[in-house]
Write a protein that binds this ligand. Structure first.
Ligand code: VAH
Length: 327
């Protein structure tokens, strides 16, 4: 049987820009259609099919699914936590109406599998902060978190009502070195590496003691690919698996970087994103993912830091490490 055709929405984003190449290596370049509302920074469109797509346009989405006979959708298009607080209406439209469009088009047009990431942003002030359980109180305080809770329930409705194979993970902060993230509260943990190499100093928008669950991109891709390969009939959860790899505070990350760059300095100047981070867990219980589909992360803080500085350091040597460090 020939490999089934995949659609990735939000392909120009932090996860999409690395998931598309990973899927193309597995499925074949012509079998993975990348899409986004903007042209990607990386060469995604040169390495295989790329389409401009606004997921809030249900007709355009349906036309794309029919044009390529899409059978699997990785739906990554979303407005993240910090950006969402600046534009709640747009966040709801993209995160929920967009997801509804994907589920409805999948049901109508014979798409077999849908992946949509959820987030630790579904948790809130009433959620246990340490070793946060799989099944617990979800009282998010951001529109992003609200949209992800709604998305989890919408996905499970499509599983129960229509038997659609929908899967998702509640990702922690994702750290990566391919495409700069945009609009996230955990983005400090990416920006700090660029600042360390470009300026030798970083102004962190969270307090030094702020501890959050995090994951390196290779582990994020591993989780997505492994979950989507699991036997659906063996899953008790579907759209909302807790997954994590590490938990660290901003000052612990800074100290790990200083082991490699001893002169690196960090100043802490919390902004509105501190109030968001304060509502999220410090650590996550991901035993359900480990039990139901064998989840197991590979990168700890030391290995992540070493790899980030190696890859970004190489880009710096080639004169390709550019980024406007927001003041
Ligand atoms: C954000 N990076 O900061 C995303 C993520 C857990 C946080 O969902 O909004």
């Amino acid at each position: 049987m020939t490999a089934e055709t995949i659609l990735v929405t939000g392909a120009a984003g932090q996860i999409g820009s690395e998931l598309v190449p990973a899927l193309r290596n597995i499925q074949g370049h012509e079998k993975v259609v990348a899409s986004d509302v903007v042209q990607p920074q990386s060469g995604l469109q040169k390495a295989g099919p790329f389409e401009i797509l606004d997921v809030t346009d249900q007709e355009a989405l349906s036309r794309l699914i029919q044009k390529y006979q899409i059978k699997i959708i990785y739906h990554l298009a979303a407005i993240l936590s910090a950006s969402g607080e600046k534009s709640p209406k747009k966040a709801w439209e993209v995160n929920i109406s967009g997801f509804y469009n994907v589920l409805e088009a999948s049901r109508e047009l014979g798409v077999k599998q849908v992946f949509c990431p959820s987030s630790i942003a579904v948790f809130g002030p009433a959620t246990p902060k340490v070793h946060t359980p799989q099944d617990t109180i979800l009282n998010p305080t951001t529109i992003y978190g609200v949209s992800k809770v709604a998305g989890e329930h919408l996905a499970d409705y499509y599983v129960l009502r229509y038997g659609l194979d929908v899967r998702g993970c509640r990702f922690p902060g994702i750290i990566s070195n391919e495409t700069l993230p945009g609009g996230g509260t955990t983005d400090y943990a990416v920006a700090i590496f660029y600042a360390a190499l470009i300026q030798g100093k970083y102004t962190c928008f969270l307090k030094p003691e702020t501890r959050l669950p995090m994951m390196y991109m290779p582990d994020c891709l591993k989780a997505i690919i492994n979950l989507m390969s699991a036997d659906f009939s063996g899953l008790k959860h579907h759209s909302n698996f807790n997954v994590t790899a590490i938990s660290f505070s901003a000052e612990e990350l800074a100290a790990e970087i200083k082991k490699h760059l001893p002169d690196f300095e960090v100043e802490y100047r919390p902004d509105f994103r501190q109030a968001i981070a304060d509502t999220w867990p410090e650590s996550i219980d991901d035993s359900a993912a480990r039990a139901e589909w064998g989840w197991q992360p590979d990168f700890d803080l030391a290995r992540l830091t070493e790899d980030m500085l190696r890859v970004l350091g190489e880009k710096k040597k080639q004169g390709k490490l550019t980024w406007v460090i927001p003041e």
